[in-house]
Ligand binder design. Structure first.
Ligand code: BGC
Length: 382
């Protein structure tokens, strides 16, 4: 009995050793429902011997990162590269471990959508020392030399599109108001969030200062660099919802909110839930609510009159651009960039490729999102 037990334990231990190298890969893939095999590592699954590319995504909990990861994995696989795709549950330590595993596995390029853009310096410096190239995906990686390129949508423009939409739709240039306005900002640890806020605030703050927009909660940063005071940690819908609940309960007992600046769709979802629970009705007193990402639930909310617009960043084009950059690096070609000024990470200006975001409204859902194949009409219930 004890011999058999010992032998079984030894076999198990051996298996554990064999699996150790790939455990980090399979853990996330196995745990998630979205794509990939339940047990195997992605490494080697799609490849044609072109080299291993590590793809680090922040979380599965937001729709866009699942799409981004799956898209990039497919594009690189089709080009003949092996991939290791990891999602880090919005936990910085987990992302660092995943990156270190990719380095150990011999990745030649790392594509990293960071959770906290300032926390990856040491692990990426290990990568650099091993001769690995690093592309910051969507979010800039700060305070380190160890980032070669950055590919993203123009983040400042995202905010401007939201701000300009509010100005045009409410007619702020001519209307006296006052409109009751509640602004939100994204996660304080996400470098993009400050760009989104600045883009919107540069356009909207003058109307707050002139009194055309009033902010009953008082949560109106006096300048762009105070945006973190209204930031929602980790971009969580539930946190945005409870923040909106608090503002409605405390400051809107005798008034209605007319307009809400939400920097993205995950926040807009929570804010919409709060408005719904507070008795706001689409088509009647529902406020103008902005968003970003064209997440499925939010596009459905737009169709239902619960969100006015979203800023769409076609993740397929970002994936395509990054796959091209990876291929250029691997072939020793010059890497295509179109901005060498904007994204200073505190140590260097990172050569960047910026894509154009675009506004989608209920009127353009069919043309922009369905005709382009981003969603099927059936998915949207159209
Ligand atoms: C991305 C947004 C996204 C947000 C939350 C940002 O860095 O640019 O598209 O909505 O993170 O995941």
């Amino acid at each position: 009995m004890s011999t058999r037990f010992t032998k079984a334990a030894a076999v198990l231990a051996g298996t554990a050793l064999l699996l150790a190298g790939t455990a980090a890969c399979s853990a996330e893939r196995g745990g998630g429902a979205a794509t990939g095999s339940a047990t195997g590592t992605e490494t080697g699954a799609a490849g044609g011997g072109g080299g291993l590319i590590g793809i680090a995504m922040p979380t599965r909990s937001l729709e866009r990162w699942n799409n981004d990861g799956a898209n990039l994995e497919k594009l690189l696989g089709d080009m003949g590269y092996e991939t290791s795709l990891q999602f880090a549950d919005n936990k910085v330590d987990q992302q660092i471990t995943q990156l270190q595993n990719m380095i150990n596995q011999g990745a030649e390029v790392l594509v990293v959508a960071s959770i906290d853009g300032t926390a990856l310096g040491p692990v990426l410096e290990n990568a650099k020392a091993a001769g690995i190239s690093i592309i910051a995906y969507d979010r800039l990686i700060n305070q380190t030399e160890a980032v070669d390129y950055y590919a993203t949508f123009d983040n400042y423009k995202v905010g401007q599109l939201q701000g300009q939409y509010i100005i045009d739709t409410l007619g702020l240039e001519t209307e006296a108001g006052p409109f009751n306005f509640e602004p939100f900002a994204g996660s304080p640890d996400d470098n993009n969030a400050k760009f989104f806020f600045s883009g919107a605030w540069d356009l909207l703050l003058p109307y707050v200062e002139s009194g055309v927009l009033t902010v009953p909660s008082g949560k109106a940063p006096a300048s762009n660099d105070q945006w973190t005071t209204i930031g929602i940690q980790s971009w969580e819908s539930a946190k945005a919802q409870s923040e909106m609940d608090n503002r409605l309960n405390s400051f809107y007992t005798d008034a209605k909110v007319n307009v809400v600046l939400s920097p993205n769709d995950s926040l807009a979802l929570g804010i919409a839930q709060s408005l719904d629970a507070a008795g706001y009705t689409p088509g009647m007193d529902w406020p103008l609510l902005t968003g970003q990402d064209a997440d499925l639930a939010n596009v459905k909310n737009m169709i239902a009159g619960m969100q006015a617009m979203t800023v769409w960043k076609d993740t397929r084009t970002l994936g395509q651009q990054v796959a091209t950059m990876v291929d250029q690096i691997m072939k020793g070609e010059e890497v295509t960039v179109n901005d060498t000024e904007t994204y200073d990470n505190g140590v260097k200006v990172v050569p960047s490729y910026l894509l154009d975001p675009q506004v989608v409204t209920p009127d353009t859902i069919q043309k922009d999102l369905v005709d382009s194949g981003f969603y099927t009409a059936a998915e949207l219930g159209l």
